[in-house]
Design a protein around this ligand. Structure first.
Ligand SMILES: Cc1ncc(COP(=O)(O)O)c(C=O)c1O
Length: 499
């Protein structure tokens, strides 16, 4: 079956043809790719195409697809049974392993997804503090738990409104959301709500608005303020846990949160989540305490075995993290020499942003050029490269990726941008009135100013005839506009007979 017939058939029975929105390739004029199998760094589709996978089940597969260590561990437990609804020793081994590796986690509870972990962490914080408000950050995504669907990143950011519908207003009225990396906004909101804030939840390194690097001292300020006002600090490390090192982002930035949410990597590709942290907070969970949380498949033996095998492999080969980081760092250095598009990276995670400006928060990420992203995503798919199908997501590498794989990405982008130059155009008020936009990025093949104007005239003659615009010159395009100064106002002439 072709991918389009796979998708049409799926749409008959599954809402939107997919079981999670970002898989649908919505707005990309492509059918989702139906996968047959994965191996190492590759995905293989049902129509026999091979894709170099930089999505890796949204960051879950740090050891790549079908790593023998994981497959062997799963095979062993599968033969004993798939679920018992009773405790297994595997759960204790897994809990002990995580508690030993992550010093902030004194006690842990396994659940089935990152969303469940977040839901439980927030319930615990509210019970512990006897307060109700939760502070989060614009563009951070914490799963589909109602109070977290406010100014959220990932797939939520692609909804027409920032929030999901179907949510009781009272539920989200207790959620406050502020821009990431803004210390003043942080201090203000905490000070104004200090006696009603139960928790501050944060992706310490956000990955759901693309990778965002926390500014120097930002996470430290968060820890100090939450400590001062007795607000439970929840690190959502569903992506960064065991990705940015064995002790996650908290190890990398040397911050000890009160609670941590985990998922993805700790399931080795199986559905899992976990919440863990300070003993006094965790002990409120039933059956010891009065915060109710339960799950038929929680601590599932197959998921525990896959997760434990993954974590033990990472623990036994700690150089993995520096190796992956080095591959990404070389790639980023090369990228910066060759391209103007912004790239953010940390450890084995990176995001190419379709803008030339720095990206430090959700607002910056939202100013990306979607058409450019779409154009490039489609070309990459044609060339067998699978980057996450959204501009708000993060790309990952696994232990199975090599420098060559990232070189491939560079060389493909080089062909896309061959002779292409990027310029910003800021329209004068006259054109602004006519076309409703004040600024735009243009990709051009033009080799000189005359050609550039000619190209622009062809592109815009139908929309607004003639007018004026102001060119903002980027240092890499000096040769293109050698006769122009940054900020020059130039007359925009229509092509002869155009308009
Ligand atoms: C940081 C973060 N928290 C929570 C979640 C929710 O996890 P799940 O999809 O397993 O419910 C995600 C999912 O991508 C995530 O990235």
């Amino acid at each position: 079956m072709t991918q389009s017939s796979n998708f049409l058939e799926a749409c008959k029975y599954i809402v939107g043809g997919v079981n999670s929105p970002v898989r649908s390739f919505k707005g990309l004029d492509l059918n989702p790719i139906f996968i047959d199998y994965g191996h190492g760094p590759y995905l293989f589709s049902t129509d026999c195409k091979q894709y170099l996978d930089f999505c890796l089940s949204w960051g879950s597969l740090i050891l790549g697809h079908t790593h023998p260590v994981v497959i062997d561990a799963v095979k062993k437990v599968l033969l004993k049974g798939t679920s018992f609804g009773m405790p297994t020793v595997l759960e204790t081994q897994m809990a002990k392993t995580i508690c030993t590796i992550m010093p902030s986690i004194e006690l842990i509870r396994f659940v089935n997804s990152g969303t469940e972990a977040v839901m439980t962490a927030i319930k615990l914080a509210r019970a512990f503090t006897k307060r109700e408000k939760i502070l989060k950050f614009d563009g951070c995504y914490h799963g589909h738990y109602d109070p977290m669907l406010v100014s959220a990143g990932s797939g939520v950011s692609e909804l027409p409104k920032a929030n999901s519908s179907g949510i009781d207003i009272a539920t989200i009225s207790k959620t406050l959301s502020i821009p990431f990396n803004d210390i003043e906004a942080l201090e203000k909101v905490i000070f104004e709500n200090k006696s009603s804030l139960a928790a501050l939840i944060i992706e310490p390194v956000p990955a759901n608005m693309g990778v965002i690097i926390p500014k120097n001292g930002y996470l430290k300020a968060i820890r100090e303020l939450t400590e001062k006002y007795k607000i439970v600090l929840i690190f959502d490390e569903v992506i960064t846990g065991f990705r940015l090192g064995l002790n996650g982002a908290q190890g990398m930035f040397n911050i000890k949160p009160d609670l941590t949410c985990l998922g993805k990597i700790i399931g080795g590709g199986f559905p899992v989540g976990a919440v863990g942290g300070r003993k006094d907070i965790m002990l409120q969970l039933a059956p010891v305490g009065t915060v109710y949380q339960a799950g038929t498949l929680s601590g599932n033996p197959v998921a525990m075995a896959a997760g434990l095998a993954t974590i033990n492999y990472l623990k036994d080969n700690p150089d993995i993290y520096s190796r992956l980081e080095k591959i990404v760092k070389n790639f980023v250095d090369e990228w910066k020499l060759k391209f103007d598009l912004t790239i953010n990276a940390i450890g084995s995670m990176f995001t190419i942003f379709y803008t030339q400006k720095p990206v430090e928060n959700f607002f910056h990420s939202q100013t990306q050029d979607f058409d450019l992203f779409k154009n490039i995503f489609i070309k990459l798919i044609e060339k067998g490269i699978f980057l996450p199908p959204s501009m708000y997501e993060t790309a990952f590498i696994s232990t199975e990726h090599t420098k060559n794989d990232l070189d491939k990405l560079i060389s493909l982008f080089s062909t896309f941008f061959k002779r292409k130059k990027i310029i910003h155009i800021r329209y004068t008020s006259m054109l602004q009135e006519q076309c409703g936009i004040s600024e735009e990025t243009v990709y051009t093949d033009a080799l000189n100013v005359a050609e550039l104007f000619d190209e622009l005239c062809k592109k815009y003659s139908f929309r607004f005839g003639c007018g004026m615009f102001k060119v903002i010159i980027n240092d890499k395009m000096q040769s293109l506009t050698s006769k122009l100064q940054d900020g020059d106002i130039v007359t925009f002439l229509p092509p002869i007979g155009g308009g």
